[in-house]
Design a protein around this ligand. Structure first.
Ligand code: BG6
Length: 475
């Protein structure tokens, strides 16, 4: 147990949803099992519809833990964890019962000199965009925002205007330092490792610019299709779900200037400055796609024009990156599930070794749970001639640093919220700027091109990168 953390009441809105079952409860369980949660805490699940009695809700949570944590569940830890969980229905019009339940839980902590005004609230809002504002208004009416940290799941609005309205509504009821806009990609070990790689290595830091780097690919294909999320996708689409959020945040970490230190202000300032420098997108260099069969998915319109795939070229107008193309690609029902960042280096201006060029130098970051890094180099083909061949350095952090204790992204970010750490959360000016960047595509979307399931998207997207995507060949 973490003695230094005050007692907490955690309220999860959307507690019977997919995210709660797959990520939030498993993340909280792992923190509990590792003794990283406060000594005193309870979790109140909430939503519009009751999942049944508290015991039935606990059983649902338990089933989710069996599916996700599985054999690693510790029976004492899981019993203790489930014993702290209950459910209370609430909606934007009526939160009185929930508020009463929160206060009751706080009073129950009232022992050993602690008093309820020391109890902190963590309000986790995993809700569709349309439900967000009314729910925030309810939390304010019921005074649940006092002593609270509020975690907001993306998408933050549906366009520039609605995101500004949401932001104003949030700031109306809480201070910015109570707000945690979550983008779980920033909680991934491998994503945070980009910072270590860039700023702690003399090998890379001096080469991290347009003089050395020819292009960058940020490629997040997914084999996953809708999996019952048709209605969410119909109102969101791939551009909002993945690109203006996860992929742009990756772009931020890959491209921003040295933030000097890792405190929240420096990191978010550096990211915000980078996002300011994004050149207006060239409409002709953005490809939207929709996989064949998407319109037959549950809750999807027969004539839906929603994109399930996006590829685009992005430029950053600053001295470091001028005219270096950044290619972003992601989509559902594609040929592979990967999260791969590839920095392609320029070929040196030398005439010493002419002839065939086997493999350009590429630094490839695989953002898996165990980060993997590959560097493709050219080397001499052993033998009597000076012919070149391609070879690779590989680093597998999971194997090479076996005593590491990686945390899953949500687990890490939930811990950060408990500790009041906001470095890996996004700030409203970043979010606003990214909406500004993509708004022209919302106003005038590119034609949505069909693609086969299990492919690499429409041909136009494959052709977007003149020298080819790293993924999609045999990589
Ligand atoms: C979520 C998106 O935020 O991220 C999903 O809503 C996507 O559509 C998911 O599949 C990908 O996250 P991860 O961590 O599984 O790569």
């Amino acid at each position: 147990m973490t003695e230094s953390l005050p007692a907490h009441v955690l309220v999860l809105f959307g507690a019977t949803g997919d995210l709660a079952a797959r990520k939030l409860f498993p993340g909280l369980y792992r923190l509990a099992e590792a003794g990283r949660l406060p000594h005193d805490y309870v979790i109140i699940g909430s939503g519009r519809h009751s999942p049944g009695t508290d015991d039935e809700f606990r059983q649902q949570v338990r089933d989710g833990l069996d599916d996700t944590v599985g054999d690693e569940l510790d029976s004492d830890a899981v019993d203790d964890f489930l014993g702290r969980i209950s459910f209370q229905t609430a909606d934007a019009d009526d939160g009185a019962d929930l508020a009463a339940k929160v206060r009751e839980a706080e009073e129950a902590f009232d022992h050993e000199g602690a008093d309820t005004s020391d109890v902190r609230r963590l309000l986790y809002l995993s809700l569709p965009p349309a439900a967000m504002q009314p729910m925030i208004a309810m939390l304010d009416r019921e005074s649940l925002t006092d002593r609270a940290r509020m975690v907001i799941e993306k998408p933050f609005g549906l366009d520039l205007e609605s995101s500004r309205e949401l932001d104003a509504a949030i700031k109306d009821v809480v201070d910015e330092d109570q707000v945690y806009r979550i983008d779980h990609f920033l909680g991934k070990e491998a994503v945070q490792n980009i910072l270590a790689l860039r700023f702690a290595n003399g090998l890379f830091e001096p080469a991290w610019n347009a003089t050395s780097i020819e292009s960058v690919q940020i490629d997040v294909p997914e084999t996953l299709a809708m999996e019952g999320r048709g209605s969410f996708y119909e109102s969101t689409g791939c551009l909002r779900d993945m690109v203006s959020t996860h992929l742009c945040q990756l772009l931020g970490f890959v491209a921003f200037e040295d933030p000097d230190n890792l405190d929240e202000k420096c990191v978010r300032d550096a990211k915000a400055t980078l996002f300011e420098a994004i050149r207006p997108l060239d409409h002709g260099r953005v490809v939207f796609g929709q996989y064949d069969g998407y319109r037959d998915e549950e809750d999807v319109a027969d004539d839906s024009e929603v994109e399930t795939f996006v590829a685009m070229e992005v430029f950053i107008d600053n001295d470091r990156w001028r005219d270096v193309p950044f290619y972003l690609r992601t989509g559902k029902a594609l040929a592979a599930s990967r999260r791969t960042i590839t920095l392609r280096f320029r070929t040196p201006h030398t005439t010493v070794l002419r002839g065939a060029e086997p493999l350009a130098n590429e630094l490839v970051l695989e953002l898996t749970d165990d980060p993997r890094i590959t560097i493709d180099v050219r080397a001499k083909l052993p033998g009597p001639t000076m012919d070149l061949t391609g070879a690779s350095f590989r680093l597998d952090l999971g194997d090479d640093v076996p005593d590491g204790e990686p945390l899953e992204a949500y687990e890490r970010l939930l811990l950060d919220v408990l500790n009041g750490e906001r470095t890996f959360f996004t700030r409203s000016d970043e979010v606003d700027r990214l909406w500004q960047v993509i708004q022209p595509l919302l106003d005038d979307p590119p034609e949505v091109l069909p693609y086969e399931q299990g492919s690499w998207g429409p041909q136009a997207a494959v052709d977007l990168v003149a020298h080819g995507w790293r993924l999609g060949g045999d990589a």
